[in-house]
Design a binder for this molecule. Structure first.
Ligand SMILES: NC(=O)c1ccc[n+]([C@@H]2O[C@H](COP(=O)([O-])OP(=O)(O)OC[C@H]3O[C@@H](n4cnc5c(N)ncnc54)[C@H](O)[C@@H]3O)[C@@H](O)[C@H]2O)c1
Length: 276
């Protein structure tokens, strides 16, 4: 396979079909009967994580603000013989997160797997960046995982559990026009390590998956700002092209599962070598 042919942003394609088939061939039953919370489950990586965990036996609480998309996710999981329930939840809202976690714990049982995937982005010239956009990116990408972890942790501490926070290669390397996004993702990384240290001896693991460019609707939302120098973004490119959401989901499932019982506070880069 030519690496370049893999770059099929927003279009899928035969190379992505091959990649998806490869990761699906490893589906096991690592989450049988476990209740898993997945944020951002209406689209892209979160949707793929919901599918993957459900395919491996999890009862998935699928959280998102996009209710129509959530219905698509949950219906597809059901059609494939899995179990998932949709919850409208804004991860930036304390009451929305607390109410949602209380409801899903009552309806599905105590969650023991938590995957914080919801996220937003966008390119800005930092001198022009509106404060409300900065605050929104920080709110969804960083405060969201904090609120979801805070609400679910009592269950994980009681039953044991695993948290996976999705960061980005931009948590590890600077990317032009992405100050808020980089800051939020670097924050997710250290937030996760802090939690891992805090709960190291209490049966809760906390890890980070750091994807590189992944073929999802989010990538389409990144429009270059006025006067942007495309060469400044070359660090976004890898000869391997973009990954598929299912490839990222496979790594999330691995690190969330009991196959990774000795792994906590780790950062699993799934970025086609961007951060070598
Ligand atoms: N796509 C990439 O190239 C890439 C690379 C690195 C990291 N990531 C990260 O992966 C995660 C998923 O990204 P994606 O590419 O699948 O994006 P996506 O846009 O396809 O999906 C993101 C989902 O998050 C939901 N969401 C947004 N705000 C929310 C809120 N306040 N409350 C609840 N849900 C909310 C959206 O409705 C959407 O369904 C993000 O954290 C993103 O930063 C993506």
């Amino acid at each position: 396979m030519s690496p370049i042919q893999r770059v099929t942003l927003g279009q899928g394609g035969p190379e992505h079909d091959v990649a998806n088939e490869a990761v699906r061939s490893f589906i096991g039953r690592r989450f049988d009967g476990k209740v898993a919370v997945v944020t951002g489950a209406g689209s892209g990586i979160g949707q793929a994580v919901a599918h993957r965990l459900a395919a491996e036996g999890a009862i998935v609480a699928a959280l998102d603000v996009a209710v129509d998309n959530l219905a698509v996710t949950v219906d597809a999981i059901g059609a494939n013989g899995g179990t998932a329930r949709a919850y409208h939840c804004d991860v930036t809202s304390e009451s929305s997160v607390d109410d949602t976690v209380a409801s899903l714990a009552e309806q599905l049982g105590a969650p023991t797997v938590v995957c914080n995937v919801a996220g937003i982005g966008g390119f800005f010239n930092t001198v022009d960046m509106p404060l409300d956009r900065w605050e929104k990116i920080l709110a969804v990408n960083l405060t969201g995982p904090f609120l979801v972890c805070r609400a679910t942790l009592p269950h994980l501490l009681e039953h044991g559990g695993s948290i996976v926070n999705v960061a980005s290669n931009t948590a590890l390397m600077g990317q032009a026009y992405s100050a808020a996004y980089c800051a939020s993702k670097a924050g997710v990384l250290m937030f996760s390590k802090a939690l891992a240290a805090e709960y190291l001896s209490r049966g809760v693991r906390v890890n980070v998956v750091a994807p590189g460019g992944t073929d999802t609707p989010l990538m389409g939302a990144f429009e270059l700002p006025d006067g942007a120098d495309f060469k400044a973004l070359r660090t976004m490119m890898t000869p391997l092209g973009f990954s598929t959401p299912a490839e990222i989901a496979a790594s999330v499932a691995f690190i969330a599962s009991d196959e990774s019982t000795y792994t906590t506070g780790a950062v699993l880069s799934v970025d086609g070598g961007l951060t070598i």
